[in-house]
Design a protein around this ligand. Structure first.
Ligand code: PMP
Length: 472
């Protein structure tokens, strides 16, 4: 084992990792990356099949992104956003707010303009910003004394205490329940396991998700209905959603129309809609932002991961003029948003984010993403024949393959069987890196992935499922 591997095992506590298992293993030590390929300190090469946990967009060591950072590096890396402006973050903010409003959005109903940007370091902190702003803006502009939040079962919005409060994954969140504020959860439109629509899978790849009466929207409506007391004091201030696809819940796509209907309900109640686009943003779902596919303009848009093309930890919370104005006043009124992080508007991060947005807007980039998405969809169809493949879900370049004990009954593997983990370990041995979410194995290739590379990703997944389950 290399020196770095030894030091890692001696000193580092890894995220979401049972360290008892980790210290028994020989860690893969990554030292180089180029395009969709990662290289370890033993010279082994791997395909980065989950875009380094959903962050990387254009591939590693991209010449345009490298140049943007190098250019900025010669000028300045960081100066404070407290009391100072800087060029890269000013330029980026204009581009981000413009990108959040495609030209066609002027015709959308319930249009709300995202006009202001608040920077932070990661998806969780960007979510905290949205939650605190929504809370206080609801008190000030809606007269709600105790604003609350509604979010979706299985939702994941980060690991800080506020973000965990609106998250609903028991495995991650339950043990911290005593630390959290209460939020209402509504059912997830998890069509594959929908209690209202138990379609029999005669043909596995033709499950009809639309034979329902949108029962999943009833809980959203009732979450906003307040019971007893003074309704103005108890109303939820906002609903938090991961638009089009819930990520950490297990890559759960929403049926077409769910998001726009939810947005209508939320708006109808005078509440804010917070779109957590941390995973879905920056082209991952096909459009630049997932909300755009349903013609939804949220009141807050939460961005991180792909913001810098996967290069640097930087995040942004976009919000409306209305929210911004709720914090304006004479200093002595103390309406200031007393919140901020040391690396607010970091120049290196802003410069690379700006360059990444530039790449995303190139017609060639869009065309390549479309082709890759099409090929991934075609290849994944070949996995339906595997008896352990229960469901295949894809939105844009995000795919989740749910492994089950029995595809007919959709019986899940118990988590302690580590079905997803075992498949991903086998995939790593074969040169493809990804991580499961429980029993769901995911593929989320960087946009630079070649057709040959995506074929290898799917082939290795198929072989690994076959080998892992033939052994047991
Ligand atoms: N929101 C969503 C939808 C996410 O998927 C994640 C991270 N997986 C977060 C928020 C938190 O982001 P971070 O890990 O950067 O704090």
């Amino acid at each position: 084992m290399s020196h770095a591997a030894n030091l890692d095992k001696k000193y580092i506590w890894h995220p979401f990792t049972q360290m008892k298992d980790w210290i028994k293993q020989k860690p893969i030590v990554i030292c180089e990356g180029k395009g969709a390929v990662l290289k370890d300190d033993q010279g082994n090469k791997y395909l980065d099949a989950n875009s380094s946990i959903w962050t990387n967009l254009h591939g590693h060591a991209h010449p345009v992104l490298n140049k943007a950072i190098q250019g900025q590096l010669t000028r300045i890396s960081h100066s404070s956003g407290l009391g100072l402006a800087n060029e890269p973050s000013s330029f980026l903010s204009q581009k981000l707010t413009r990108a959040a409003h495609p030209a066609s959005s002027a015709r959308w109903n319930n249009m709300v303009r995202l006009k202001k940007v608040f920077y932070s370091d990661n998806g969780s902190t960007a979510m905290e910003v949205a939650l605190k702003l929504a809370y206080e803006a609801a008190r000030r502009t809606r007269g709600i004394r105790h604003p609350g939040f509604v979010s979706v079962k299985g939702g994941y919005h980060g690991d800080t205490v506020g973000a965990v409060s609106v998250g609903h994954i028991d495995l991650f969140h339950k043990s911290f329940s005593g630390l959290l504020f209460k939020s209402k959860s509504v059912m997830s439109p998890y069509c594959y396991r929908c209690p209202h629509n138990r379609a029999t899978p005669e043909r596995q790849d033709a499950r009809d998700y639309r034979k329902c009466k949108w029962e999943c929207l009833d809980p959203v409506e009732s979450a906003f209905r307040t019971r007893g007391g003074n309704s103005r004091t108890r109303k939820p201030a906002a609903m938090v959603v991961e638009p089009l696809m819930q990520g950490a819940a297990g890559m759960i796509p929403q049926p077409k129309g769910w998001l726009s209907r939810v947005a209508e309900i939320v708006r109808g109640q005078g509440a804010f809609l917070i779109a957590d686009e941390v995973m879905t943003g920056f082209g991952r779902t096909g459009t630049l932002f997932a909300s755009h596919q349903e013609k939804v303009q949220p009141d807050f848009m939460v961005l991180a991961k792909g913001l810098t093309g996967g290069y640097l930890p930087m995040a942004a919370t976009l919000m409306t003029q209305e929210v911004f104005d709720a914090f304006l006043g004479d200093y002595g009124e103390f309406k200031t948003f007393f919140h901020g992080h040391s690396y607010f508007g970091n120049q290196l991060g802003s410069a690379v984010a700006d360059a990444s947005l530039g790449l995303l807007s190139l017609p060639d980039n869009r065309r390549k993403r479309k082709n890759l998405e099409k090929e991934l969809r075609r290849l994944l169809k070949g996995l339906w024949v595997l008896p352990q493949v229960g469901d295949i879900r894809q939105v844009g370049l995000i795919a989740g393959i749910e492994l089950v004990k029995d595809w007919k009954s959709r019986l899940s593997f118990p988590l302690k069987d580590q079905a997803g983990i075992r498949v991903c370990q086998k995939m790593a041995e074969k040169g493809v890196l990804t991580r499961p979410i429980g029993n769901v194995v995911l593929l989320m290739p960087p946009y630079c992935t070649t057709i040959a590379q995506v074929r290898k990703m799917v082939r290795v997944l198929e072989e690994s499922v076959t080998e892992v389950f033939n052994q047991t």
